[in-house]
Design a protein around this ligand. Structure first.
Ligand SMILES: *Cc1c(COP(=O)(O)O)cnc(C)c1O
Length: 341
């Protein structure tokens, strides 16, 4: 099959029109069979609950092409289960794991020509979206839902793929609190976080690093989890009731253990930032973003004096992407081949 004519090696992390998206509707207590459409528009009732009351959740995953031309998905069922968790948090109906996986495969198959070639560093990004579409003016769960999956080819989140970034500890705004919806990929969480990101960027930082509601412990970034490496080879990552459980972080914990690191998932006090030899942000979009420095009030802790990725992040990044792109055998059953008819 001929690939779509795109400059895959320099794709941004952004939206690019593809051939088809798939849409399932929940009505009268059940999901329908779903339809495929090339439309980029969505007809919505003006009183839809997603518009007024934020019944909206999303997911994000990538599809990878291997050197021998196979197409691999990565831990799709985990994204499906996380969407179900988000839906419960927002009183929404969620698709079953089976429908979720089927929808992803449908959209990949219909957009096969947009799967970036192996070696470009790009991948096909899949964005599942769940919306309350039923009309509601009183605050209550909608009686109708839309589950939409779109695909778009993306380059690395950061322009040069694996480039260190500077963080600033956000000590005013709180992203999420225990008992809230920080563990859900709820659209509203990201709108709420934009203020901190815009402020960080305008001050020359790549992203804000959030603390928990007590402003003592590290939570995560706006769209990525956080980890630190100690000099005695511990992979330390926050345990918190208000962070999004990153599938990338979960995968890295497994790989780090195999590479001889000790894993510690526990509350991480902000003072501990001084004890790490390297720190990183992790998520599907960027895989790992090595952290050059973290500014906390008057202090700046520099991890990468030369601005180059450190050996720990480089090793972990390679271990994960080698599995995702099928370079190394996958002993965990995370990847699944998508077979085209
Ligand atoms: C999506 C997301 C992550 C990363 O999760 P992955 O499953 O690794 O992609 C981390 N934190 C937040 C807040 C997120 O929205």
């Amino acid at each position: 099959m001929d690939k779509a004519q795109l400059d895959y090696a320099s794709l941004p992390f952004g939206y690019q029109k593809t051939d088809m998206n798939v849409r399932y509707t929940w009505r009268n207590g059940e999901w329908d069979q779903g339809i495929e459409t090339d439309s980029e528009q969505l007809p919505l009732h003006i009183a839809a609950s997603c518009l007024h009351y934020g019944q909206a959740a999303f997911e994000g995953l990538k599809i990878y092409e291997t050197q021998d031309g196979r197409t691999l998905s990565f831990r799709v069922e985990d994204n499906a289960r996380r969407m179900q968790h988000s839906a419960r948090q927002l009183s929404m109906q969620a698709p079953s794991v089976e429908i979720f996986v089927e929808a992803v495969e449908r959209v990949v198959k219909a957009n096969r020509r947009f799967i970036p070639p192996y070696g470009t560093g790009a991948a096909l990004y899949i964005r599942p979206l769940l919306l309350g579409t039923g009309a509601r003016i009183g605050v209550a769960p909608a009686d109708e839902y839309l589950f939409l999956v779109l695909a778009t080819p993306v380059g690395p989140y950061f322009k040069n793929g694996f480039t260190p970034t500077k963080l600033i500890v956000e000590d005013q705004l709180v992203r999420a609190a225990p008992g809230g919806v920080g563990t859900a990929k709820a659209g509203g969480n990201y709108a709420a976080g934009m203020r901190a990101t815009v402020k960080a960027r305008s001050n020359g930082y790549g992203e804000a690093l959030y603390l928990d509601a007590t402003k003592s412990y590290i939570d995560e970034l706006g769209a990525a989890n956080f980890f630190g490496i100690t000099k005695d080879n511990k992979y330390v990552t926050p345990q918190s009731e208000s962070i999004l459980k990153s599938i990338t972080n979960d995968s890295l914990r497994t790989l780090a253990k195999d590479l001889g690191y000790t894993i510690e998932q526990r509350p991480v006090h902000v003072d501990e930032l001084f004890q790490f030899v390297e720190t990183g942000a992790c998520g599907t979009a960027a895989v790992i973003t090595p952290v050059e420095s973290i500014t906390w009030g008057q202090e700046t802790i520099t991890y990468l004096a030369d601005g180059q990725p450190g050996p720990h992040c480089t090793k972990l990044y390679k271990a994960l992407t080698d599995i995702q792109f099928g370079v190394k055998e996958d002993p965990y059953g995370w990847t699944k081949e998508i077979v085209f008819d």
